[in-house]
Design a protein around this ligand. Structure first.
Ligand code: FES
Ligand code: MG
Length: 573
């Protein structure tokens, strides 16, 4: 092992070295722990009681430490900002870039040679990958694993997905308040992140496909003791990675991102992966565009039969054989030579993976959905910079649809109108919820899949075309056009739509058109005025609205794109 980065602190001569070592003595390590020859490994922990999905991470960190000690390293666990997906307002997305900055600056400022990242809930995983990629120390991520399946009256219920379904049934009068309350208590019944194929499971699996976490790690339920073993092995492995100089910049190549985009289609993954992978690619200087998500996935069938697109949950996916089966079944659709944290290529990591349930992980010959039915990227007069729709979560009969626009600038106004039995909303209408993008809300919340009007639900209507510059939860479903760019708050055409305009959605032709004459649009455009976003006058939210980019490039801050590396900062005398 060459000279360690941490040696600049701990092997420094005289007073400086004493300063750096002596305070750490309060932690009670042996005299030779900090002699400048042992790799010092950070363990970044997004544990928080406000992030219940990550609640078990302090115990998990202890297992990482065992492995690090065993391999001759010295571990230092540290906290960062965290984000509990269902709690953080206005949206957990507000904190993704902050968490990434927090991690980046903590890594750069401290005597660390490498880092193990403990992440799980939706935003923590991409935030950690982004922050660590900008520093480029040897990095290995461990996700916390999914919860056990939810169980309600003999059926499996899934995080998020079942909440949308059960509350719809309740609104339609098919479920009592007592039944709904009982179901509420049956969903999150163990440690772990959402166990549907929502954003957390998606990002966990894609982190593994990208090569940034150990094989088999993403799918193991949080409470499975084998996760502790993997944490231990991760601790050992990160010490080796310091010796090998294996850094994210060698792993996160264009080939790795292409693999992740394709795998996202095969697992029926979340639309949020689009935003997160674009932002991560921006940190490492890999060219990845919104259109790649459509083009690269065009020949990839959906193999994984998990909610919301399918039937099962992550626990079933794990027992069916997990990600290795998907990698095997994708064959040449993946670049099997892409390097991973094991030091081995992706294909090598999963050789001989066996499937134990073809209903859960289906074959390429008999897939859940045929190739090309995943995320579609739409363009047109309503979305010049693009928009996305998850076809597998949409209603086939609505994929080509023209309807009357009904427009709301505030989702709250839509929701109160939707509860009014006399509301002027018809099943063929196109619901437009705008000023909900990265800048406009702010934070691009997961509100695009707004609940349908009560009156229509009672009539049995279960889906309508909805269009927004917001996101939707990876656990949800519906014919919902998301991430419309440029967003309304940036003066995109979405801001120019008026009640009664006609909008044409044509997913097979990848188009989203506002059927209004250009002369009329030009008139509306010149009358459009930017509007201040309430609550963003100062502080972090001010920084956020001043610097956040569009959804089509990952909604990162302009000044965070790229990286600063791990150069050792000047010392304090
Ligand atoms: Fe944390 Fe879904 S709420 S992963
Ligand atoms: Mg979410």
């Amino acid at each position: 092992m060459g000279t360690l980065r941490s040696a600049a602190w701990f092997a420094a001569k005289g007073k400086t070295g004493i300063m750096h070592r002596s305070w750490l003595r309060s932690e009670g390590l042996p005299d030779d722990a900090l002699d400048g020859t042992r790799p010092v490994i950070g363990i970044a922990n997004s544990w928080s009681e406000l992030t219940p999905c990550n609640l078990h991470f302090r115990e998990l960190a202890e297992h990482v430490k065992r492995g690090i000690w065993q391999a001759g390293g010295v571990p230092y666990e540290f906290p960062t900002t965290s984000a509990g997906e269902p709690l953080v307002r206005p949206s957990a997305m507000i904190l993704r870039n902050l968490i990434s900055m927090d991690l980046e600056e903590t890594l750069r400022a401290n005597p660390l040679d490498a880092v193990v990242l403990l992440a799980g809930c939706d935003k923590t995983t991409p935030a950690y990958l982004m922050g660590a990629a900008s520093v480029d120390l040897p990095t290995l991520l461990i996700t916390g694993g999914p919860m056990l399946n939810g169980k309600y009256r003999g059926t499996d219920i899934g995080s998020g997905t079942s909440i949308w379904r059960l509350t719809e049934q309740f609104r339609a009068g098919e479920l009592s308040a007592a039944e709904l309350a009982e179901a509420e208590g049956c969903m999150a019944r163990s440690n772990g992140h959402c166990m549907t194929m929502g954003t957390a499971s998606t990002m966990a699996l894609l982190t593994e496909v990208l090569g940034m976490q150990l094989p088999g790690s993403a799918a193991l339920p949080a409470n499975d003791s084998r996760r502790k073993k993997l944490a231990h092995l991760a601790g050992r492995r990160i010490v080796e990675m310091v010796g090998e100089g294996l850094r994210p910049s060698t792993i996160l190549t264009r080939a790795a991102f292409e693999n992740a985009v394709r795998a996202n289609a095969a697992i029926g993954g979340s639309t949020n992966a689009v935003v997160h992978l674009l932002a991560l690619a921006g940190r490492v200087g890999v060219e990845l565009s919104l259109d790649d998500f459509d083009a690269l996935a065009a020949d990839v069938p959906t193999l994984v039969n998990l909610m919301p697109a399918g039937q099962f949950l992550m626990e079933d996916f794990c027992y069916a054989g997990g990600l290795g089966v998907v990698v095997e079944r994708m064959g040449d659709l993946l670049d099997r030579q892409a390097l991973t944290v094991t030091g081995q290529p992706l294909g090598q990591n999963y050789l001989g993976a066996e499937c134990f349930d073809d209903q859960v992980i289906m074959t390429a010959e008999s897939p859940l959905k045929p190739a090309g039915s995943g995320i579609a990227v739409l363009r047109g007069s309503l979305a010049p910079n693009g928009a996305v729709i998850k076809q597998s979560a949409a209603s086939p009969e609505l994929l080509v649809h023209t309807g009357r626009a009904r427009v709301w600038d505030r989702v709250e106004d839509y929701l109160s109108e939707a509860d009014d039995p006399d509301c002027d909303i018809e099943p063929d209408d196109v619901l437009v919820i705008r000023y909900s993008g990265p800048k406009g809300y702010p934070g691009m919340p997961e509100i695009a899949n707004v609940a349908l009007p009560k009156r229509l639900l009672e009539k049995g209507i279960r889906d309508m075309v909805r269009i927004s510059d917001a996101r939707m939860s990876g656990t949800s479903y519906g014919t919902v056009v998301l991430h419309v760019a440029p967003e309304a708050a940036d003066g995109g055409p979405l801001a120019l739509v008026r009640n009664g305009d006609r909008i044409c959605l044509d997913v097979p032709n990848r188009s989203l058109e506002l059927l209004v004459e250009e002369a009329e649009l030009a008139k509306r455009r010149s009358a459009w005025q930017p509007r201040p976003v309430p609550g963003t006058e100062r502080g972090y939210l001010r920084l956020f609205v001043d610097h956040v980019g569009g959804a089509d490039t990952g909604a990162d801050f302009d000044f965070l794109v790229g990286g600063s590396g791990d150069a050792v900062p000047r010392q304090a005398f």
